[in-house]
Ligand binder design. Structure first.
Ligand SMILES: *[C@@H]1O[C@H](CO)[C@@H](O)[C@H](O)[C@H]1NC(C)=O
Ligand SMILES: *[C@@H]1O[C@H](CO)[C@@H](O)[C@H](O)[C@H]1NC(C)=O
Ligand SMILES: *[C@@H]1O[C@H](CO)[C@@H](O)[C@H](O)[C@H]1NC(C)=O
Ligand SMILES: *[C@@H]1O[C@H](CO)[C@@H](O)[C@H](O)[C@H]1NC(C)=O
Ligand SMILES: *[C@@H]1O[C@H](CO)[C@@H](O)[C@H](O)[C@H]1NC(C)=O
Ligand SMILES: *[C@@H]1O[C@H](CO)[C@@H](O)[C@H](O)[C@H]1NC(C)=O
Ligand SMILES: *[C@@H]1O[C@H](CO)[C@@H](O)[C@H](O)[C@H]1NC(C)=O
Ligand SMILES: *[C@@H]1O[C@H](CO)[C@@H](O)[C@H](O)[C@H]1NC(C)=O
Ligand SMILES: *[C@@H]1O[C@H](CO)[C@@H](O)[C@H](O)[C@H]1NC(C)=O
Ligand SMILES: *[C@@H]1O[C@H](CO)[C@@H](O)[C@H](O)[C@H]1NC(C)=O
Ligand SMILES: *[C@@H]1O[C@H](CO)[C@@H](O)[C@H](O)[C@H]1NC(C)=O
Length: 866
């Protein structure tokens, strides 16, 4: 194969246009003729043939290399070719073919460009290894092969870099980022590449230790090694790199466990040009050395987030006056935030969240007149919310999950730039919201839940122009937004009117977990990142916490298995210990991820006593690095309605049975939940999977509708709808027996579909008969069966576990058993009629949930007062 021109026939399939075949037709004969043409032994011709050989190995969909034709121009005038004079002969000095969508392999013939200084082939679709021969180009100064992996993931440069490349002593720029290169960097690399200024190998699969000779490459300006698999410690001696301005080793597996291994930071403090120091997402532990106070005042970015670093921030950090971005979040830092941070007058971003900082928020932060983003959430900060923050041009302020007390200062509500997120939830803030809250006209997200705030949101916040989410978790009934000016899209923009912040839905957490407040994490590094997330003290629950809570997802804790996953009981240390139900999505199951999103979306906005409350979610990876998604709900000690309607006898042969009053209450609860979802929630939602196993009973036998894995928003535009959950490929699937007949023909869900399912559920609850039972075949359905028994034979079809004669007189009247029994049968009979009217074949004939509620309530009241 080597050196022999051939076409990538198989590649044709990837190209979108018919242009493909034209290109093949053009390039193949060329290549062939080049390789068999008489060779002119002059050096100049060697270059020309090498260029043609290069061309022969790539496809060129945009005909960028059309000028590369041996009959026309001199090759020095071919596109991308620059020549220099060597012994009075023009020779190729640079080949610059970036971003031309070239597809194919790098030709080994390049080795014949003896005088090549620059080779830039970045941002194409080249694949395969770098030819060994490239190491022969002793004059090569700049090699840029970046970004050949980002377009189509299966086309990329990969494999081990030819060792000879590390011997190209003239090299000043080595850019190999965003490919799939493997192997480790030779330890003496800094000695063999003494002139190197730029080492950019980000986003590959290099492993092994960082080369200890890095310190010998004293011309280095830019060291970019992020997103690889480097291990070991960061080498000493980097203090000799006086020109280095960028040192980025984020997303690797580098360690520092003690002062000795942290020595590199002392060295870096000697780098007088250092501007960007980024060590995010590694395995740095131990204590942060105080030597950071000696960093060059040129330092602009200091990012050591997402490690396991302990210690405190030295007060002298205030000397690093050029700092614009400080990220130390997701570590184990303690102590106070020093008041001297107020001297960092260039600071724009400060993220100290997810640590154990104590003390007060320094009022001096108000001196930061460029501060755009302040994240201090999930710490142990106390005291007041400083009014001085009102001086900062903040776009985002997140102080949630701390122990802040006092009132919300009006100055904060009046920050005009606050457009992205204001979050003070889960503190101990008191009093009423200041009138100034009305000035937050452009805020995108606003969360004040989990405090002791009282009163109402002032009317001034009425326009809610931008407001997507107001997480107040108050009262249970959200009031609607006054100005849905532009139609349906505004339906979601609702205001929660009253704020008695007592209830415990951790809305924010769900919000954060779903909509990625956490920084963008490169996908291929998820494993490393997720493992690190385990230490995160608050907010999103981690895989490890769920593992602990459920005793390793033990089968003893398994309480149910559904279509998209398994549900476990668990004891979670969440604010305080509490029982939870953890649904672990089986991501191998097609549609499971979509169901996760659907459920989160649905439960995110709804709040009703008869809906299952969701506490939090977990989007992570398990210890093997597999994607892991779970939802955490309040635990329902009495299990599902299904288990009560179809009880299994216990060891004593007894079955537990629901009384009639329980059944009626449950049916009213379920109807109330559906009525809320359909008509009174922030957005109309169709549940799509109403059935007894999705109705859960709490301590007091109050029913809660759960499992929103198939839920749909009715008013979403088709585009939104498909983004949300229901791409066209997802054919609706409810549960057999409960799914409305019209769903079988049209792939469109409706409120009436839920009403049908509810009707079946009602009939099942009172008859104890499953709609899928063996008797219901050949045209006989559960509704038909019930209808046929009405009115005379009702007592024959009533659930035998519903012991009517036992006397359920709630009001203590002493009546004859016959009387009670007759009354009960009458109640059941009336109720069954409601079920039949809900489960009508024709959607238009079905009842409205509202009417179901009032009729059932009347039946129930009649029964308890009989
Ligand atoms: C080889 O190239 C040189 C200069 O380009 C030219 O003078 C010479 O005639 C060529 N020889 C052959 C055999 O084509
Ligand atoms: C190369 O040499 C030719 C003539 O020998 C001359 O015209 C040209 O300017 C030279 N180019 C460079 C870059 O020196
Ligand atoms: C380099 O040029 C020589 C002579 O033209 C040729 O034989 C050889 O195959 C070329 N090398 C590569 C790697 O193409
Ligand atoms: C290398 O190529 C990438 C992608 O085209 C580009 O962003 C980068 O600036 C190039 N580097 C140099 C030193 O030219
Ligand atoms: C690199 O250069 C050294 C010294 O010149 C030599 O010993 C070594 O074999 C070379 N390595 C490669 C892979 O070419
Ligand atoms: C490389 O650097 C180290 C310390 O930074 C030094 O001890 C060593 O002598 C250097 N080696 C060379 C070949 O310059
Ligand atoms: C620190 O930098 C100076 C130059 O400013 C240099 O001479 C010295 O060797 C460096 N020290 C270390 C320990 O690298
Ligand atoms: C900072 O640098 C000074 C002068 O080199 C040195 O005396 C001091 O110990 C350093 N401080 C820390 C905390 O490393
Ligand atoms: C830094 O801040 C502290 C406390 O806010 C202050 O006392 C000190 O004077 C400031 N230092 C400088 C150099 O401005
Ligand atoms: C910084 O803020 C504090 C408290 O808000 C204030 O007392 C102090 O004067 C400010 N310092 C400067 C230099 O502005
Ligand atoms: C806030 O809490 C601190 C102790 O954590 C207490 O001393 C202080 O009085 C509280 N302030 C208010 C306004 O409740």
């Amino acid at each position: 194969m080597e050196g022999k021109p051939y076409c990538f026939a198989s590649a044709c399939a990837f190209w979108p246009s018919s242009l493909t075949f034209l290109i093949l037709a053009l390039s193949c004969p060329l290549a062939t003729s080049a390789s068999i043409s008489t060779l002119n032994s002059s050096n100049e011709n060697i270059d020309r043939l090498a260029l043609l050989s290069f061309k022969s190995l790539v496809s060129d969909p945009f005909r960028a290399l059309a000028s590369w034709n041996h009959e026309s121009l001199h090759f020095c005038r071919w596109r991308g070719v620059t020549c220099g004079n060597q012994s009075h002969l023009p020779r190729v000095a640079a080949l610059e073919l970036e971003s031309l969508d070239l597809f194919g392999k790098i030709s080994p013939s390049l080795a014949n460009f003896t005088f090549l200084r620059r080779l830039h082939l970045a941002d194409n679709r080249l694949h395969g290894p770098i030819p060994q021969e490239l190491g022969l180009l002793s004059h090569l100064q700049r090699l840029n092969l970046s970004s050949n992996a980002v377009r189509v993931s299966f086309n990329n440069l990969g494999g081990v870099i030819p060792p000879s490349i590390w011997n190209l002593s003239s090299l000043t720029i080595l850019e190999l980022q965003s490919n799939h290169f493997t192997g480790s960097i030779p330890p003496d690399m800094g000695i063999t590449l003494p002139l190197l200024e730029e080492l950019n190998i980000n986003d590959n699969q290099f492993d092994g230790p960082l080369p200890i000779s890095l310190s010998n490459a004293t011309n280095l300006i830019n060291i970019q090694l992020y997103k690889n698999r480097f291990t070991g410690t960061i080498p000493r001696g980097l203090g000799s790199l006086q020109k280095v301005d960028h040192f980025d080793v984020c997303y690797n597996q580098l360690v520092a466990r003690n002062a000795v291994e942290w020595g590199f930071l002392d060295d870096l403090a000697n780098c007088s040009s250092l501007k960007y120091l980024q060590i995010t997402s590694n395995k740095l532990g131990g204590f942060l050395p105080r030597s950071i106070v000696n960093f060059s005042t040129t330092l602009e970015w200091f990012e050591i987030d997402d490690n396991h670093i302990a210690g405190s921030i030295p007060a002298e950090i205030g000397n690093l006056v050029s700092l614009t971005s400080v990220r130390m979040n997701s570590n184990l830092f303690t102590g106070k935030i020093p008041a001297t941070v107020g001297n960092l007058s260039n600071l724009q971003i400060m993220d100290l969240s997810r640590n154990y900082f104590t003390g007060e928020i320094p009022a001096t932060l108000g001196n930061l007149t460029r501060l755009l983003e302040l994240r201090l959430h999930s710490n142990e900060l106390q005291g007041p919310l400083p009014a001085s923050l009102g001086n900062c041009p903040l776009e985002l302020l997140d102080l949630s999950v701390n122990k802040l007390n006092g009132t919300v200062p009006k100055e904060i509500m009046a920050i005009p730039t606050l457009t992205r997120f204001l979050n003070v939830s889960y503190n101990s803030l008191e009093g009423s919201l200041p009138f100034e809250v009305g000035k937050l006209k452009n805020i995108g997200k606003f969360d004040i839940s989990g405090n002791r705030l009282s009163g109402t949101i002032p009317r001034t916040l009425g326009d809610c122009q931008q407001l997507d989410t107001l997480w107040g978790c108050p009262s249970s009934e959200p009031a609607s937004c006054p100005t849905p000016s532009s139609g349906k899209r505004h339906l979601s923009r609702k205001l929660v009117a009253a704020i008695s912040v007592a209830s415990g839905i951790i809305c924010l957490i769900l919000l954060l977990s779903l909509f990625g407040i956490h920084r963008w994490i490169p996908k291929s590094k998820k494993e490393a990142h997720a493992a690190d997330a385990i230490k995160v003290p608050h907010m999103m629950v981690t895989y490890a916490e769920l593992l602990r809570a459920t005793d390793g997802f033990s089968s003893a804790n398994l309480i149910g298995v559904g279509s998209f996953g398994s549900v476990y009981k668990g004891l979670l240390d969440y604010e305080e210990y509490q029982l939870v139900a953890v649904k672990v999505l089986n991501l191998q199951q097609r549609g499971a991820s979509r169901s996760f999103v659907a459920e989160c979306e649905a439960l995110r906005n709804v709040r009703h006593r008869n809906l299952v409350k969701i506490f939090t979610a977990c989007v992570s990876a398990d210890y093997r690095g597999n994607d892991f998604k779970a939802l955490v709900y309040e635990f329902m000690p009495n299990g599902s309605l299904e288990k009560w309607v179809h009880p299994e006898a216990n060891e004593q042969g007894q079955t537990r049975a629901l009384s009639l009053i329980h059944r009626l209450d449950i049916l009213i609860d379920v109807a109330s939940a559906l009525d809320y979802l359909h008509h009174h929630g922030p957005e109309p939602i169709v549940h799509c999977d109403v059935k007894p196993s999705n109705v859960l009973l709490d301590q007091d036998m109050v029913a809660h509708v759960g499992d929103f894995g198939l839920a749909r928003f009715l008013n979403s535009s088709p585009v939104e709808a498909s983004q949300r959950s229901s791409s066209t490929s997802m054919i609706f699937k409810g549960s057999i027996g409960y799914v409305a007949p019209e769903y079988g023909v049209a792939n469109k869900v409706s409120v009436e579909g839920d009403v049908y399912s509810y009707g079946i559920l009602l009939l099942e609850t009172l008859t104890g008969k499953r709609p899928t039972g063996a008797s219901f075949m050949d045209g006989l359905s559960l509704p038909r069966y019930v209808e046929m028994a009405l009115p005379e034979r009702v007592s024959e079809i009533i659930d035998p576990n519903l012991h009517l004669e036992k006397g359920e007189a709630a009001n203590g009247h002493i009546r004859g058993t016959d009387y009670i029994r007759d009354k009960a049968v009458e109640c059941v009979s009336l109720s069954l009629r409601i079920g039949i009217r809900c489960a009508k074949e024709s959607p238009q004939e079905r009842m409205q949930m509202q009417d179901v509620i009032s009729e059932l309530t009347a039946i129930r009241n009649g029964w308890i007062h009989h």
